[in-house]
Ligand binder design. Structure first.
Ligand code: FAD
Length: 264
């Protein structure tokens, strides 16, 4: 149960408080996850990110810098945010949650469905951490540490990128969430969530680099995706179904993305 709620004014103060309280402390962003059953935290110290000025959205050349405390609904409403990120923000069905949850929380929370992360990987997003370090979003989710995220950087906000989410109903659990991008040189990114072995109770989003490099389409791409993933069977579907549907979704997205590149 949270017994202390600390409200630092600067990232340096926040990092110092985390150093002082160590594993007893947790970053408190929107609080939608750590303050609600069944995901309520057992930590006793909450360090609020509310006063850290992490809520900006600003264009710098071709890149877009999005503060980690931007609420998910803000992404949908903001004109500079790439369409693929708006699309994936809308995969979070409840507007109440979109108003409360933040971009940083969505990346850092280890949750059974990471609806924005495939699009962030496909957009080649980088994270600027409060300690000054910069890392790919993919490396962050694969590391055990959860360093404080200050800003999400989309290096090219005009990169052609699209995403899709398969669920049984609009409010249902995501079965597979996918995103692909193709840059001006033809380099592709394929990212998926919901298709990897569980780690701490959740599938981790993955990037299929080997499949990207093969430059396939149609049934060959479907099969290559199905062979490259290792989903687990659960209430959402069998291993065979998840492999099949992931292959179909990626193949359709890639064809659509290629079409968009040619039109541009
Ligand atoms: C009723 C309900 C329904 C939900 N439905 C969905 C859904 O449909 N789709 C979905 O994806 N999620 C859903 N969630 C989960 C939740 O909304 C997400 O996990 C959310 O994005 C968390 O964001 P937050 O800002 O509220 O994070 P918090 O709850 O404040 O924190 C979550 C975790 O992230 C860490 N964290 C937060 N910000 C940062 C940062 N900047 N740097 C480092 N670590 C940080 C915190 O320390 C904590 O461990 C739901 C939750 C609830 C309660």
């Amino acid at each position: 149960m949270i017994e202390q709620y600390l409200t630092p004014d600067t990232p340096a103060q926040a990092l110092e408080l985390k150093r002082q309280h160590g594993s007893e402390a947790i970053w408190f962003a929107g609080g939608s996850k750590i303050n609600a059953a069944p995901t309520k935290t057992d930590k006793t110290v909450a360090i609020s990110l509310g006063k850290l000025n992490f809520s900006h959205i600003e264009q710098q050349g071709d890149s877009l810098h999005i503060g980690a405390m931007c609420h998910i609904q803000q992404l949908i409403d903001h004109e500079l945010v790439p369409v693929a990120l708006k699309q994936s923000a809308a995969f979070i069905y409840s507007r109440h949650i979109r108003n409360q949850a933040t971009l940083g929380g969505e990346i850092a929370a280890r949750q059974p469905e990471a609806l924005l992360v495939p699009s962030l990987i496909a957009l080649r997003a980088k994270l600027k951490l409060a300690n000054g370090q910069e890392m790919d979003v993919e490396d962050y989710i694969n590391s055990e540490e959860r360093e404080l995220i200050a800003t999400v950087i989309i290096p090219d906000r005009n990169l052609t990128c699209i995403g899709y989410n398969i669920a049984r109903s609009a409010a249902g659990l995501a079965i597979v969430t996918a995103a692909v991008s193709i840059d001006k040189q033809g380099n592709k990114v394929i990212a998926l969530d919901g298709v990897s072995p569980l780690h701490q109770g959740a599938a981790r989003p993955v990037r299929l680099r080997d499949v990207e490099a093969q430059d396939l389409k149609g049934e060959l791409l479907e099969q290559a995706v199905a062979d490259a993933i290792y989903p687990e069977a659960d209430i959402r579907g069998s291993v065979e179904y998840k492999r099949y549907i992931a292959g179909v979704v990626i193949t359709d997205l890639m064809a659509e993305c290629q079409h968009l590149v040619e039109e541009a």
